[in-house]
Ligand binder design. Structure first.
Ligand code: ZN
Length: 347
């Protein structure tokens, strides 16, 4: 069967690999339909990894996929052949301290599809078929758009970030960095009751995406670096800032506009940054990180399937999987692309 396999930086192949094994007890087999290309896939594609994490053997990429159940192992309940599913790429161990304390996304023995952190690598989901524990498959209603359902994973990241911020009802929110994660954070913040959402970026498709998902004010910081200045008046006007770019200037800009006791949620990853501690202390600014997700995955899948959260404005293009390299190149071009997906032919 076919898979999108990275052999080395810029050496992405549409390989023949061994068929997915028959599902064992508690497992399901899924024919993969759509797969979204994420920033981490692009890091592997361009650089062979990030930080100390390197691809050291051929690795199928991808962790944002949807598909159809094609076989069930013994003892699987709640799923049947033909069910549409969103695939959760994270597989916590279930018995370490963090798993037992309800913090499974901090599992000490986490497996995450399409990650080179472990060796052998945890193979990604851009494979024609995958066999996985049934717990990784979230059932969707018949007729669900599988392209949209493949955005469950990034939406889950954003639901987790928003859930960590406390109540947003009536709040004025800033979202900086409006790639897919920023735009999905805008949708998640609105669903959580944010009253006013201000979005910033420097790239045209990101700014257009922020408008398309309903940000109230969209500021182009490339055109006007001081566009946020009015929000810094009177010690700050923003209640909660979701920093989704990871860019040091964006983090510092967000800290400037937070009101006293405001909250910065750091979602994006980037270079280290020196923080203005005096300002943090004097205005009692709070900062917290947000990483991955847990139960939010199923919530995200259901919100997409029901249409309660409409992620369709973010889908730039779906390319046939045989054109995966073109899809990765398009996804790499922030001047043209928001979310690019590959699609496997129907089994
Ligand atoms: Zn664990």
């Amino acid at each position: 069967m076919k898979a999108v396999v990275l052999h080395a930086p810029h050496d992405l192949r549409f390989d023949d690999i061994a068929p997915a094994p028959a599902p064992g007890p508690g497992e399901v087999q899924i024919a993969v339909s759509h797969g979204g290309i994420c920033g981490s896939d692009l890091h592997y594609y361009h650089h062979g990894g990030f930080g100390t994490v390197r691809v050291r053997e051929p690795m199928a990429l991808g962790h944002e996929v949807s598909g159809t159940i094609t076989a069930l192992g013994a003892g699987v309940t709640g799923l049947t052949e033909g069910d549409l599913v969103a695939v959760n790429p994270s597989r916590p161990c279930g018995h370490c301290d963090y798993c037992r304390k309800g913090l499974a996304h901090h599992c000490l023995d986490m497996r995450f599809n399409g990650s080179a952190m472990r060796f052998p690598h945890e193979q990604g989901l851009f494979r024609a078929a995958v066999t996985l524990p049934a717990a990784q498959a979230v059932r969707l209603p018949a007729g669900t758009d599988l392209a949209l359902a493949a955005m469950s994973e990034p939406l889950a990241v954003c639901l987790h970030a928003v859930a960590g911020a406390g109540s947003l009802i009536g709040r004025r929110v800033l979202v900086s960095g409006c790639g897919p994660i920023g735009c999905l954070t805008i949708l998640a913040a609105r669903a959580a009751g944010a009253e006013e959402i201000i979005a910033t970026d420097i790239a045209a498709p990101a700014l257009a995406g922020a408008r398309a998902v309903g940000a109230d004010t969209v500021l182009d910081l490339a055109g006007d670096a001081d566009a946020l200045a009015p929000y810094a008046e009177a010690k700050g006007q923003i209640d909660v800032a979701f920093e989704c770019s990871g860019a040091p200037p964006a983090i510092l800009a967000a800290l400037k506009v937070l009101r006293p006791q405001g909250l910065l949620v750091a979602v994006g990853l980037g270079p280290e940054v020196t923080l203005p501690v005096t300002a943090l202390v004097a205005r009692e600014i709070r900062m917290q990180g947000s990483f991955r997700f847990d139960a939010e995955f199923a919530t995200a899948a259901r919100a997409i399937a029901s249409g309660r959260i409409d992620v369709s404005p973010l889908l730039t293009r779906v390319l046939p999987v045989a054109e995966a390299t073109d899809a990765f190149d398009l996804a790499s071009d922030k001047s043209r692309a928001m979310k690019v997906q590959i699609a496997f032919p129907s089994p």
